[in-house]
Write a protein that binds this ligand. Sequence first.
Ligand SMILES: CC(C)(COP(=O)(O)OP(=O)(O)OC[C@H]1O[C@@H](n2cnc3c(N)ncnc32)[C@H](O)[C@@H]1OP(=O)(O)O)[C@@H](O)C(=O)NCCC(=O)NCCS
Length: 174
Amino acid sequence: MIKQTGKSINLRLAALSDAEFILALRTQTDKTRHLNPVENNLKNQQQWLKAYQLRQQAGLEYYFIIESQQHEPLGLVRVYDLQPESFCWGSWLIKDGAPQTTAIQSALLIYEFGFQQLGYKKAHFDVRKANQRVIAFHQRFGARIIGEDALNYYFNYTYEDYLTIKQKYRRFLN
Ligand SMILES: CC(C)(COP(=O)(O)OP(=O)(O)OC[C@H]1O[C@@H](n2cnc3c(N)ncnc32)[C@H](O)[C@@H]1OP(=O)(O)O)[C@@H](O)C(=O)NCCC(=O)NCCS
C-alpha cells in the first residue's frame, strides 16, 4: 500500500469517498487563488477522481490526502508530471486550523516519497509569482528558481538538497 507515515501526520492516497473533502477545500476561494479553479460540482469531482485512479494505477500520478494520525483530513498534495529524471509536486493545500507543522511535515513526506520511494534524483514544481509565502517556503528548503514567465517561477530541487534539509528537519520526520 502506498502511504507515507510521518511524525504526527500521514499521506494516504485519495479515494472516491474523499471527493467532498477535496471539493470543499478546492472551492474555498481565499485559499485557492494561486491554484487552478475547480468547478463546484460533486459529480465532476468524483469523475475526476475516477479518472485519476486509473492514472494512479498506471503509476503516472499520486494524489494524497494529508491526514492526522487519528485520520482527520488536513490537506491535499499531488505528485504528477513524472519525467524520466524528475518528479513534479503541487496542488498543495492545507485547511485552516491544521497543526502548524503540517506544511513542513507534508513537504518532507512528499520528498521522501519522490526521492526514496520512487527513486528520483530531482524534483520540479512551479509557484505563482504572487504566492510569496510558498516561494519563501521552498527557498528555505533550498529550492532554486531555474526559470520564470509572466505568471510563475519554475523551481528545481535535488536529492542532495533534500538530504541536507532532511538532516536539519529530522525532528519533523518519524
Ligand atoms: C501552501 C500551503 C499548504 C503551505 O502551508 P502553510 O502552513 O501556509 O506554510 P507556512 O510557510 O506558513 O509554514 C507553516 C509554519 O511553519 C513554519 N515554517 C515553514 N517552513 C519552515 C522552515 N523551513 N523552517 C522553520 N519554520 C518553517 C512557518 O514559519 C509557519 O509558521 P508560522 O505559522 O509561525 O508562521 C498553504 O499556504 C496553503 O494551503 N496555501 C494555499 C494553496 C497554495 O497556495 N498552494 C501552493 C500552490 S504552489
